[in-house]
Design a protein. Structure first.
Length: 271
């Protein structure tokens, strides 16, 4: 399908833009720790980290003794992940690949993980089917995704309101953070689903500082800035981003402290 191929080429360019490694440091503490606890990673397990990005989860799983494959659509991010693994002295098999068409045989992994990754693949049902296909009996899928009503879900919705509409076949990324949507995706899979919620802290000097960081480093925001600046609409979008940050601010001083809500999904396969 040419349209899907073109869209994924665009997605690859979005995530290669800016400095996602800088963004990854903002989500490199609480979410990976919670995901690995729910996944119960142990030595000897075969683990796949889908849409691994710069390897936040993959390197930690490898450090726990698992045999890990980190897969991502964007080779530039995998280059960073490789350097991280080398610096930590852990071994991960880094592989360029598509979450909608995983290059593995059925029943290949004991754990299939994703942290803020698979939600950006356009066809959610196809991704869910692939995650289930490569999972072994008795295995576990564990994911963390931004919720629609949380900080990043609202940011993505805000940016999307200024951009051309997505194709009909592409579902909004934050739907992976909605329990009902996830249940529908895995209905008929035989997985026993469990859900929990968590919050990722964001600390900046001000709302303005956060927006400056995101418009420079975060691919979706950077690409929106490039397009909307040419259309003369970026200032309006940017002002809404500042207002969004100010609404989420929990700080009691002049700084910015926000909590970005995410959904933890665990799917257990029968042995």
């Amino acid at each position: 399908m040419i349209a899907v191929t073109d869209l994924k080429r665009t997605h690859r360019a979005v995530w290669a833009a800016g400095d996602y490694a800088a963004v990854a440091t903002q989500i490199d503490d609480v979410p990976p720790r919670e995901l690995l606890a729910h996944a119960e990673i142990a030595p000897g397990l075969d683990v796949l980290d889908v849409a691994t990005g710069t390897g936040n989860v993959a390197v930690r799983a490898a450090a726990r003794g698992a045999t890990v494959v980190g897969l991502d659509l964007t080779p530039e991010l995998l280059d960073i992940a490789r350097r991280r693994a080398d610096a930590l002295g852990v071994t991960v098999d880094w592989l360029e690949g598509d979450a909608e068409q995983l290059p593995f045989a059925a029943d290949s992994f004991d754990r299939v993980l994703s942290t803020f990754g698979v939600q950006f693949a356009p066809r959610h049902l196809q991704v869910a089917d692939e995650l289930v296909r490569v999972l072994r009996p008795g295995g576990r899928i564990a994911m963390i995704n931004w919720t629609p009503d949380g900080l990043i879900g609202q940011l993505l919705k805000l940016i999307g309101s200024y951009m051309p509409p997505a194709p009909d076949y592409a579902s909004p990324p934050p739907l992976w953070g909605d329990e009902a949507h996830v249940r529908a995706l895995f209905s008929g899979s035989g997985l026993q689903l469990e859900f929990a919620y968590g919050d990722n802290p964001w600390h900046f000097d001000s709302a303005e500082a956060w927006v400056a960081f995101m418009e420079t480093n975060y691919g979706p925001t950077l690409k929106a800035r490039e397009r909307l600046t040419g259309e003369g609409r970026w200032d309006d979008c940017r002002a809404e981003m500042v207002a969004l940050a100010e609404r989420h601010n929990r700080s009691t001083d002049d700084r910015l402290h926000m909590e970005a809500r995410y959904l933890i999904t665990v799917g257990r396969s029968a042995a």
